[in-house]
Design a binder for this molecule. Structure first.
Ligand code: ZN
Length: 320
């Protein structure tokens, strides 16, 4: 497994990604015309760089000497944003990935919003992922959204806006980030990954989400996924038993592998696999999502058994 040949150079400019140019220009214009709203909701799939976009926007607003609509990357403020120590840039995340953002943090945000900025300019808050706020945190945030004060920008980074309360959504201006076109991602990935014969496969496995493609490249996930797909194809062709595959599935993160199975099936259907009933496929996709929820539940599920059921049902889809 080859590692990226060229790593991005350490710099103090938080640049947005090439596929975010339209959103950037739109906001840059609003900054210039001084009509930036007080709260933005950045929405779109995970792994397409919304957080990086939020950071570059924060840096642009806090920079002491922006050049041509971008942060300078040289001033003290730019350096502080990049090092994570800017006193006027408040970032809120769950303590652990996948956990909730609790009310204590939103209370701190309230205090931050009430104070004047330390460097005399903007105050920028980034909440990511915003859908992780529990109900109390979410209610507490509403107050800050109502009275943010001048030169204060709240940026909510959100993968699943439907999980945010309607009131919060209605108080933010939404900026949408669609999954970028392959033509935009390919040159970027080639630049970051160096000449790499795996690029097409990375794009294929990441469903066009560029940062996921990068993560696959930097870890052994691509290799693991390839092995898994190999087993699944053997299973479809009845060359191997569901029990053997179920045992092999124990070694990995099960919910992630359910996603792999889901997207493998989606790709098979897209590529026009013959002789498979669409009705059964859709029902199976529902079963997959249910199994994933069970695997993630705290009720100590029997993972081996769940996999056996899933894989036996998988084999049924490809009955000879
Ligand atoms: Zn600067």
């Amino acid at each position: 497994m080859s590692k990226p040949a060229t790593k991005p150079v350490q710099q103090s400019v938080a640049m947005h990604y090439p596929w975010q140019q339209d959103q950037w220009q739109q906001l840059a214009l609003q900054i210039e015309q001084q009509r930036l709203p007080h709260a933005l909701l950045l929405t779109g799939s995970k792994y397409i760089g919304k957080y990086q976009f939020a950071l570059s926007l924060a840096q642009r607003l806090l920079c002491h000497a922006p050049v041509g609509g971008y942060s300078c990357g040289q001033c003290k403020s730019c350096h502080l944003v990049m090092s994570g120590g800017h006193p006027d840039n408040f970032k809120i995340e769950p303590e652990e990935e996948g956990k909730a953002i609790k009310i204590d943090l939103i209370r701190q945000l309230g205090e931050f919003v009430a104070k004047t900025s330390q460097q005399g300019g903007w105050k920028v808050i980034i909440i990511s992922p915003a859908e992780s706020m529990n109900i109390n945190a979410s209610n507490a945030l509403l107050k800050s959204l109502e009275e943010p004060g001048p030169n204060t920008l709240l940026i909510l980074v959100c993968n699943e806006p439907s999980r945010l309360s309607a009131t919060i959504r209605s108080r933010c201006r939404m900026v949408k980030f669609p999954v970028p076109s392959i033509s935009k991602v390919r040159p970027w990935l080639a630049q970051v990954a160096g000449q790499n014969e795996e690029i097409e496969q990375l794009l294929h496995y990441s469903n066009g989400c560029p940062l996921l493609a990068l993560q696959l490249l930097e870890t052994d996930l691509l290799e693991r996924r390839r092995k898994f797909v190999g087993l699944i194809d053997d299973l479809s062709e009845h060359r191997i038993s569901a029990l053997t595959v179920a045992e092999a599935c124990q070694e990995n993160d099960s919910p992630m592998m359910v996603d792999w199975l889901y997207s493998h099936l989606a790709l098979m259907i897209k590529s026009g696999k013959k002789g498979v009933s669409k009705r059964l496929v859709f029902r199976y996709m529902d079963t997959l999502m249910q199994a994933k929820r069970q695997m993630q539940s705290t009720a100590n599920p029997n993972i081996q058994l769940l996999w056996e059921e899933l894989l036996l049902n998988w084999q049924q889809l490809f009955k000879r």
